[in-house]
Design a protein around this ligand. Structure first.
Ligand SMILES: Cc1ncc(COP(=O)(O)O)c(C=O)c1O
Length: 395
C-alpha cells in the first residue's frame, strides 16, 4: 500500500507504522523483511562491479534488512536519507565529525545529553573545534553568538533531564542565514511527536535504543538528513566504516510497528503521574513540557504533537541533605528500577547529575529526580512513589 494514502484518504500514523519500510511481496509475501547478514555481495560481471550498479555492494553499505529500517525512518522523518549507527551517542558524534573541521566554531545547547558534552569537551576540542554552549531559551538571540566560522548549531528539545524547550524554527532561521548546519537530538519526541526537518533542522538524530526499541534490549542510533546534507552524511559514514547490525535493525523495525500505541500509553501515564506529583507537598516543581505550569509549555504546544514518558521533578530538600534525601527516596522504590536508559516497558528513576552545566544550572530547591514511566499500572507507580516520599521524609 501507499504508506500515506488509501485512495484519497490520508492514513493515520498507526496505519503507516504497521506498513512502512518493507513490502511483503518483495519477499514471498512474508510480512517482515528477512534478516540478511553479510559481508560479501557478488556482482554478475566486471562491468556491474566497476560501476557498483546494483542495490547492494558490500555488507557495511547496507543489506535489505538495514535498508528496510532506513526506508521506514526516511518516511517518518521526511528525510532524504538515514544512516544507522551503533548507539544513540554515535548518532550525535558521527554527524559532528561529518560537518565540523579544525578551526570551526560549534554552538551546543547547554542542556544537552551529558555524554555529547563530554565528546565536545574532549575529542572535538582536541581536533581544533571551538565549542561554545548556549542557553536553550535563546531563540533568535542566537544571532549574537554566530561567528564567521560557526558551522554547526546543535539543539535538543526537550532538554536532557531538565526538559527545557527550544524555539527550533527561530534558531534554524538564524543558523542558516549564517551558513551553519542545524542538528537536533529528537530522541524524546520520536518522529511521531516532532519532525525536526519540517521545522528547519538539517539533521535529526535518534537513540532508537529508547522508544523505537521499546524493550530495553538494543543499543542503536539513527541519523536522518535533508537533501542538502545527505551526501556528506553518507560520505562520512562510509569513510568511518560505521554500520548498523541487521539483527538490531530487524528488532527496531519490529518495535516501530507498535511504537504509536506504546507512546500513547507512556504519554497518558506520564501525564497522570506528573499532575499527581504537582499536587504533592514534597515536590517543588515538575519538569514536564506538556504541563501548563512548565515555562517551555507554549513552545511545546506550538510545535509538538505529543509528549513521551520521561520527565523530572524537584524533590524539596535543603541542599545540605539533598543527596541523602534523593538516595532514600530512590532506594525505597520497588517497581521503579534504578537505571540510566529509558523508552522501555519498565519504569525507571535516577538522581540526575547536572554538575557539568554552565548556564542551566541545577535548581537550588533540592535534587532533580528523573522518571521514566513504563507500562505498569499508574496506581501501582503512585503507591511506589509514596513509599519513596515517606522514606525521604524520614531520612
Ligand atoms: C537524549 C539522548 N540522546 C542520546 C542518548 C544516547 O543513546 P545511547 O544510549 O543509545 O547511546 C541518550 C541516552 O540516554 C539520550 O537520553
Amino acid at each position: 500500500m501507499d504508506n500515506k494514502k488509501s485512495g484519497n484518504h490520508a492514513v493515520g500514523i498507526n496505519t503507516r507504522l504497521a506498513h512502512l519500510g518493507h513490502d511483503p511481496h518483495s519477499f514471498y509475501g512474508f510480512v517482515n523483511p528477512p534478516i540478511v547478514r553479510g559481508s560479501t555481495v557478488l556482482f554478475p560481471n566486471c562491468d556491474v562491479m566497476e560501476r557498483h550498479d546494483q542495490p547492494y555492494t558490500y555488507g557495511t553499505r547496507g543489506t535489505p534488512t538495514t535498508n528496510a529500517l532506513c526506508m521506514a525512518l526516511n518516511e517518518l522523518e521526511g528525510a532524504a536519507g538515514t544512516i544507522l549507527v551503533p548507539s544513540g551517542l554515535a548518532a550525535i558524534t558521527i554527524p559532528f565529525l561529518a560537518f565540523l573541521s579544525s578551526g570551526d566554531h560549534a554552538l551546543i545547547v547547554d542542556s544537552v545529553y551529558g555524554p555529547c558534552r563530554h565528546f565536545c569537551d574532549t575529542m572535538l576540542t582536541r581536533m581544533g573545534v571551538e565549542v561554545e554552549y548556549y542557553d536553550p531559551a535563546i531563540g533568535s538571540g542566537i544571532e549574537a553568538l554566530m561567528r564567521p566560522n560557526t558551522r554547526l548549531v546543535h539543539t535538543e528539545a526537550p532538554a536532557s533531564n531538565t526538559f527545557e524547550m527550544q524555539d527550533i524554527p527561530a534558531i534554524s532561521e538564524v543558523a542558516h542565514r549564517h551558513g551553519a548546519v542545524v542538528t537536533m537530538d529528537n530522541t524524546w519526541a520520536t518522529p511521531l511527536y516532532f519532525r525536526p526537518l519540517d521545522f528547519g533542522v538539517d539533521i535529526s538524530m535518534h537513540a532508537v535504543t529508547k522508544y523505537p526499541s521499546g524493550h530495553a534490549d538494543i543499543v542503536m542510533g539513527t541519523v536522518s538528513a535533508n537533501a542538502a546534507h545527505w551526501p556528506r552524511l553518507l560520505e562520512a559514514q562510509g569513510a568511518l566504516g560505521i554500520c548498523g547490525a541487521p539483527e538490531d535493525s530487524y528488532l527496531i523495525l519490529r518495535g516501530l510497528r507498535t511504537m504509536g500505541v506504546r507512546l500513547a500509553h507512556h504519554e497518558k501515564s506520564a501525564l497522570d503521574v506528573a499532575r499527581w506529583l504537582e499536587s504533592k507537598s514534597e515536590v517543588v516543581r515538575v519538569l514536564h513540557p506538556a504541563l501548563e505550569s512548565f515555562p517551555g509549555h507554549a513552545l511545546w504546544k506550538r510545535d509538538f504533537k505529543g509528549s513521551s514518558g520521561v520527565f523530572s521533578f524537584v524533590l524539596g530538600a535543603d541542599m545540605a541533605v539533598a543527596k541523602k534525601k534523593a538516595h532514600a527516596f530512590l532506594d525505597a522504590l520497588s517497581i521503579f528500577g534504578l537505571g540510566y536508559s529509558w523508552g522501555g516497558y519498565e519504569s525507571l528513576a535516577v538522581h540526575v547529575n547536572l554538575s557539568d552545566r554552565t548556564i542551566c544550572k541545577a535548581p537550588l530547591e533540592g535534587p532533580v529526580i528523573r522518571l521514566q514511566i513504563g507500562m505498569e499500572d499508574v496506581e501501582d507507580l503512585k503507591a511506589d512513589l509514596e513509599n519513596g516520599f515517606a522514606a525521604a521524609g524520614a531520612a
